[in-house]
Design a protein around this ligand. Structure first.
Ligand SMILES: Cc1ncc(COP(=O)(O)O)c(C=O)c1O
Length: 402
């Protein structure tokens, strides 16, 4: 008789079966380490999918959140929320942009961006505005954001999709110029500065610079989805800052609250006054607990030099992985920036997830064949060495299998 497949068990029969989960239940964490309910310890290379910026149970974040919970968790957008102004002002300071709208997730931030783009079109008299999106893109799983997403598996079964998207290849300015010539109703270009779910694909710096210039020439909004790659992950506050450009609209989420649900769409001068009272809103968006989490996350990142840490430790981890996997047949590329790293293999590698967990390492596999590391920005050089020390032999063994 075959042994039961642990992946086939369903320990949560009352929860909808929307995720392919590993049979591991995490109990608690500290720094870059997590423990499961059986007491096994893991080095966390995933950080809740690029969410736990400050790691787990951060000694300065936890008391601040406890204090906020004791004071006010939620009020309502019927009233002023001073912490919203505090976080919005900080986001404007570090991005150079002009104002922010708050929500609770990445897809909501992207929905707000899409609504801003369409409203700009309507304000110009364009009744059927179009938005340029990219091959390999992932923007979320609401009907509009899954329509902007490029993955047919994510769209299957949910048609009809939202219309008004024009899709182009990554890093190809000629393709965008062709769109400019043929699509007079385009109002915005919408892309992840570094594609995350699509397999860690960075936009090239010259491409971003040409894109900015093209958007200016065409009167298009440049909307950069930094939900995954923003908030210090690449070693600058926002990944596009490596290209010395600014977007008009920037959706954020994931790492902004270090684990507390939060989203934001940060707008430059061309977008900041597009929406007015009654155009958009959400019950939870901007509540005091989420805002406090955002304020404290950015404060601690600054106080502890976490941008530099992400650049330095990420660079070291990337170098260790490249060295360890150099010349190994089946490794296509090791790429990324800062603490957003992908190892692309020439074959599907979903099984690595369980094997890494068995070896005491949390990570993810995205786009079927890309091993993704997006650890907390507090990762130490020693922890980075331990990640490479577990992962390199694991990948080598996997690729050596017949
Ligand atoms: C670039 C990007 N945009 C949007 C989203 C959607 O965010 P959420 O899952 O919070 O809705 C994600 C999530 O992975 C993402 O990586």
């Amino acid at each position: 008789m075959n042994a039961p497949d642990p992946l086939a068990t369903r320990p949560m029969p009352h929860v909808l079966n929307t995720y392919g989960r590993l049979p591991i239940a995490l109990d608690h964490g500290r720094g870059c380490w997590v423990w499961d309910t059986q007491g096994k310890r893991y080095l966390d290379g995933l950080a809740g999918i690029a969410v736990n910026t400050l790691g787990h149970a951060h000694p300065r974040l936890v008391p601040a959140l406890q204090q906020q919970i004791g004071k006010l968790i939620h009020s309502s957008n019927y009233y002023e929320v001073p912490l919203q102004e505090q976080l919005a002002a900080k986001l404007c300071e570090i991005s150079g942009l002009a104002g922010a709208f708050f929500c609770s997730t990445g897809l909501e931030a992207n929905e707000a961006a899409l609504k801003i783009a369409r409203k700009v079109g309507h304000d110009k008299g364009i009744e059927r505005p179009e938005i340029v999106v990219y091959e390999g893109a992932f923007h979320g799983r609401s009907i509009a954001t899954l329509s902007a997403t490029a993955n047919p598996k994510i769209q299957a079964g949910f048609g009809p999709l939202v219309e008004g998207f024009v899709r182009v290849p990554r890093n190809d300015i000629a393709a965008l110029e062709a769109v400019a010539a043929r699509h007079p109703n385009v109002v915005a270009v919408f892309l992840e500065t570094i594609q995350g779910e699509g397999g860690i694909h960075p936009s090239q710096v010259p491409y971003l610079q040409q894109l900015r210039a093209l958007c200016d020439r065409q009167g298009w909004l440049l909307m950069l989805d930094e939900v995954q790659c923003g908030i210090g992950r690449t070693g600058k506050w926002f990944a596009h800052q490596w290209a010395g450009i600014q977007p008009d609209v920037m959706p954020l989420a994931k790492g902004l609250g270090s684990g507390v649900p939060i989203g934001a769409v940060v707008c430059g001068p061309k977008a900041v006054n597009v929406l007015g009272p009654g155009n958009h809103g959400t019950t939870f968006g901007g509540n005091p607990l989420a805002m406090r989490a955002g304020v404290e996350t950015l404060r601690i990142m600054e106080e502890d030099g976490l941008l530099d840490n992400a650049a330095r430790v990420g660079g070291q981890l990337m170098a260790d992985l490249k060295r360890g996997l150099e010349g190994v047949t089946g490794v296509v590329e090791v790429r990324g920036q800062g603490l957003m790293i992908g190892i692309e293999l020439d074959r599907p590698c979903g099984v690595i997830l369980q094997r890494a967990a068995d070896a005491g390492l949390m990570l993810s596999v995205t786009a079927d064949r890309v091993i993704r590391l997006v650890p907390a920005l507090i990762l130490s050089g020693d922890e980075a060495r331990q990640i490479a020390g577990i992962l390199v032999p694991l990948v080598r063994r996997f690729l050596a299998e017949p």
